[in-house]
Design a binder for this molecule. Structure first.
Ligand code: 5CA
Ligand code: ZN
Length: 379
């Protein structure tokens, strides 16, 4: 936990861009403010894209505190999912060792960058009993159904099948991203979904519980049978249990708007017979060498590698904050030296005694941050 300085006076109400309406909203209206920020899938952490997203939401956390809110910030670690298992198999390491090592590295990097840690922080694996109960409740209510598994799957109770959410039960499905049906089907296939799976009622119906498969880890699923959780229900349950429903903001990188946040909000709506997240906020994706920085493409710049060169992590933080959280930008060789130069200039400026009155600067910084966290202007 970094030391959080308190400043004289109070910040303005913070407006942020809601991805659903495209409009600025004051997402937290009461004394408290709640946000769920999707955490990493722990392989190949922490690249500059992850760091930009987490520093962006850290700015929201700090701006909210400065505006007088008591903040509760919840997050997860997707410590069992297809991409993690695939990477472990491809590199010949134990999937759990990989997850533990990369989760620890994220914590080290976030600490170095001064990111205030989440108040509620849970792994997919530790949330399994709660996910199982939630999926059982969805089946009970008629909001989820079983799909037969292929021969050899499902351990000693193959007849139980995998479980999928029935999106037709949620009249408001689609209200978060407001995408066309064609776009939804395309993105679902590109981002971890299985539109081609036989036996589903709708190609978009998302997996809630995947039965045991040979060579994959599985856990006791009570009436669901042995297996592991789907991705969206993991975040829906951790957010619900950590923050209560509804909560103020669901956040992450822009790649999570659909299907992940559309689906997890839908799950929370059905679980609560009401609401999920009130607002959705997304950080722009950072590119490198002309393409989105991503684990699957491998065009990565690691925070830990930059730290290993001896650079002050606060220079990395400044390099990230020089870009507006919503902009899509490309990390280049010029970013880090600019952060280093700014840090040196600031440190030398404040190293003497005295100086001009800071009131006008503080007011201007608060005004910039209240306007959709405009960090470049604030810097
Ligand atoms: N575990 C899931 C979320 S539940 C996941 O998306 N993990 S991740 O490791 O792929 O990404 C972690 C966070 O970093 C997500 O919020 C994601 O949107 C964000 N992110 C990933 N790549 C980039 C990028 N190039 N630029 C900005 N943010 C990114
Ligand atoms: Zn998530």
């Amino acid at each position: 936990m970094p030391q959080i300085p308190s400043l004289p006076g109070r910040g303005l109400p913070i407006q942020v861009h809601d991805s659903t309406t495209g409009e600025l909203v004051v997402a937290a209206e009461g004394d408290t403010a709640t946000m769920y920020v999707c955490g990493i899938t722990p392989y190949d952490a922490t690249h500059i894209g992850h760091a930009a997203t987490y520093v962006g939401f850290d700015l929201l956390n700090r701006a909210w505190r400065d505006a007088g809110h008591t903040v509760t910030h919840a997050s997860n670690v997707t410590d069992v999912d297809d991409p993690l298992l695939e990477r472990a198999t491809a590199t010949g390491v134990d999937w759990w060792d990989l997850a533990v090592e990369q989760t620890a590295l994220l914590a080290e990097d976030m600490t170095a960058l001064g990111v205030v840690p989440p108040d509620v922080y849970r792994g997919a694996v530790e949330a399994i009993p709660d996910v199982v109960q939630a999926v059982e409740a969805l089946i009970e209510d008629g909001f989820a159904y079983r799909v037969p598994v292929e021969p050899g799957a499902g351990g000693d109770a193959p007849e139980l099948g995998d479980v999928y959410a029935d999106l037709s039960a949620d009249a408001r499905f689609g209200a978060v991203s407001r995408l066309s049906r064609d776009d939804m089907v395309r993105l679902f296939g590109e981002r971890g979904g299985d539109p081609e799976r036989d036996g589903k009622k709708d190609p978009l119906d998302p997996l809630l519980w995947r039965r045991e498969r040979v060579g994959e880890p599985s856990w006791d699923g009570a009436s669901l049978g042995t297996g592991r959780p789907g991705w969206h229900i993991e975040c829906a349950v951790i957010a619900r249990d950590g923050l209560g429903l509804p909560f103020d903001i669901q956040g992450g990188g822009a790649d999570l708007l659909f299907p992940h946040h559309e689906m997890s909000t839908s799950h929370d709506r059905l679980l609560d017979h009401g609401f999920g997240a009130r607002n959705h906020v997304h950080a722009g994706l950072v590119a490198y060498q002309g393409e989105k920085m991503s684990k699957s493409r491998g065009n990565l710049v690691f925070v830990s590698a930059l730290r290993a060169t001896g650079v002050d992590p606060m220079a990395i933080r400044l390099a990230l904050l020089a870009h507006h959280y919503r902009s899509e930008w490309e990390w280049t060789d010029a970013d880090l030296p600019a952060g280093v130069e700014r840090l040196e200039r600031w440190r030398s400026a404040v190293s003497g005694n005295g100086g001009p009155d800071a009131d006008a600067t503080l007011a201007a910084v608060r005004e910039a941050l209240a306007n959709d966290l405009d960090a470049p202007t604030a810097l």
